[in-house]
Ligand binder design. Structure first.
Ligand code: ZN
Length: 358
């Protein structure tokens, strides 16, 4: 079985026309500007849940960032039948509502939007109304709440607030944001739309010093500052994203795996967030070497195959969404001469943060 499809390589925001075919080896993709590749069925992730009336968006473990968009429903159904792990929640009533909205919107407007969404996701990310950003953030955070529990203590939350304030003090261009800890199966940190930063319990457990947590937090604030997560969602979902917001939301991403597939940042985005982090840490007189050490540790564990067990064996760890490279590690510089380091947190605050999930 074969169908026309659109393929995003993950580097250029534009899509390419391609033909997708289900073969004995897996999903074969090929097009004029798309070299032939075969995606194993077991390695596929549904970026958005398969639903009638929606394009079906897939990513594959072998090509982080790349996506295949299928609009032919019979093909999508066949694919889900062969790879049942792709099936997600499915809601025909909502699909009807979306279809009505699409029918009501003028085709010309849709065409302009399509072009904008395809070519300028990063620019659009900046002009999204705050209420949309927030509604999007709510929907995306709901997928996290499905996978684990929100950790909160008044002392722990207060500690996070003060640490974030210290690093952003005096910079009015940073949108307001909130930092939350979730107890999930993965070691990761991410910025969600609408100014939400999430760090996982495993990340806090893995950090040996508060300076390491401060570095990761500063990096995520950099993603918030640059609206990288909004841009990634626009890239991944295109016009459908706006329709989902307009229709009152629902299943924006299919699962935590779907969310992680979307939040795989480009090298440029990672560089921007790192450079923001470096400045924020220096501004707060927090030694950036903690951040550097944390990266080195992650990279070492990744190099060992990530099979060391315990904290680092989970799928979807930081390396998948914020790939750590030697270039990134090298770019992190110590505090300039004459700036005396102050610890990111007092011992008391560090203890309260470490106990936030207890
Ligand atoms: Zn990042």
């Amino acid at each position: 079985m074969r169908t026309d499809a659109r393929f995003f390589d993950g580097e250029i925001a534009r899509d390419h026309m391609a033909v997708a075919e289900i073969t004995a080896q897996g999903l074969q993709i090929e097009g004029l500007d798309v070299a032939q590749r075969i995606w194993s069925l077991s390695g596929l992730t549904a970026v958005t849940p398969p639903q009638p009336g929606y394009p079906f968006r897939l990513s594959h473990e072998s090509e982080p960032g790349a996506r295949l968009v299928i609009t032919q429903e019979a093909f999508a159904r066949e694919l889900v039948a062969r790879a049942p792990h792709l099936a997600g929640g499915f809601n025909p009533r909502r699909a009807g509502r979306i279809a009505a909205i699409v029918a009501a919107s003028a085709l010309a407007t849709a065409g302009v939007l399509y072009v904008l969404l395809s070519y300028a996701p990063q620019t659009l990310a900046f002009v999204l109304p705050d209420s949309w950003r927030d509604s999007l953030g709510n929907q995306v955070e709901a997928t996290l709440a499905n996978d684990g529990k929100l950790c909160a203590t008044s002392a722990g939350n207060d500690t996070l607030r003060r640490l974030a304030a210290r690093m952003t003090e005096g910079n009015p261009e940073i949108p307001s944001f909130e930092v939350k800890i979730y107890d999930l199966k993965i070691l990761n940190a991410f910025a969600l739309p609408g100014g939400r930063i999430v760090m996982t319990r495993k990340l806090i457990d893995a950090a040996r010093t508060p300076d390491e947590v401060a570095g990761v937090l500063a990096h995520e604030i950099g993603h918030v500052y640059h609206r990288h997560s909004e841009a990634q969602l626009i890239r991944a979902m295109g016009i459908e994203l706006l329709l989902r917001i307009a229709s009152g939301g629902g299943d924006t991403v299919s699962s935590l795996a779907g969310l992680l597939a979307i939040l795989q940042y480009s090298r440029d985005a990672e560089r921007e967030a790192d450079s923001f982090a470096q400045t924020a840490l220096v501004h707060a007189a927090i030694d950036p070497m903690g951040f550097k050490r944390f990266f080195e540790e992650l990279k070492k564990l990744e190099g060992s195959g990530g099979s060391g067990g315990g904290l680092f064996d989970a799928m979807g760890d930081m390396m998948s969404t914020h790939p750590v490279t030697d270039e990134r590690i090298e770019a992190i510089k110590p505090l300039p001469e004459g700036v005396a380091a102050r610890p990111a947190l007092s011992d008391t605050d560090w203890q309260s943060l470490r106990k936030i999930c207890d």
